[in-house]
Design a protein around this ligand. Structure first.
Ligand SMILES: [Fe+2]
Ligand SMILES: [Fe+2]
Length: 186
């Protein structure tokens, strides 16, 4: 059975990937004129992708999981450095995307392509980032960390989520539900 911390990381990857795919689908639909862009839903996706990873997911990896892997498996340090650099980069890009979305909404079609190009780069790099973590980092961590490490991490993850106000986590879950619920045709 997978350690609790690994299960949590993978569950969060699934949620992030679901929103990334929803964003990709919305971008495709707008490009092919299948539907008029739903700016409110696009904005909800960007708020989720801005807040959830930065406050919860990247914090769990960068402050708790990665430091322990660095200690137990020094050979992985260059990969972890790269992944931490990517955390900062995707957090910056998602904010740029927020601006690009506003520009598209306010200035119209002339700014559509800039949003689309940035969104594609963002989606691709974030999916690639999670794949490296799942295919490479987590399996190596499971080889090198022992039961006491995983126990310590499970408690630390739980504590980290506990210090986030319940309302913040509830808001993120509500936002996620709003995004993944198909909009009604109106
Ligand atoms: Fe990560
Ligand atoms: Fe991750």
């Amino acid at each position: 059975m997978q350690p609790t911390a690994v299960q949590l990381i993978i569950e969060e990857h699934r949620a992030i990937a679901t929103v990334l795919h929803a964003l990709q689908e919305a971008v495709e639909h707008a490009r092919h004129g299948v539907a008029a862009p739903d700016f409110a839903r696009l904005r909800a996706m960007l708020v989720y992708l801005d807040e959830m990873p930065a406050r919860v997911h990247h914090a769990s990896e960068g402050r708790l999981l990665f430091p322990l892997i660095r200690e137990r498996c020094p050979a992985l340090r260059p990969v972890l450095d790269r992944l931490e650099g990517e955390h900062e980069r995707v957090e910056l890009i998602v904010r740029e995307l927020g601006h690009a979305l506003s520009a598209w909404q306010v200035m119209g079609e002339v700014r559509h392509e800039a949003f689309e190009l940035l969104a594609r780069t963002y989606i691709e790099s974030y999916l690639g980032h999670m794949k490296v973590e799942e295919d490479y980092v987590l399996p190596v961590a499971m080889d090198y960390l022992d039961a006491a490490d995983w126990h310590q991490l499970a408690a630390a993850f739980e504590h980290q989520r506990g210090v986030l106000a319940d309302s913040a986590l509830r808001n993120q879950r509500e936002l996620y539900a709003r995004i993944v619920t198909k909009p009604s045709a109106d």
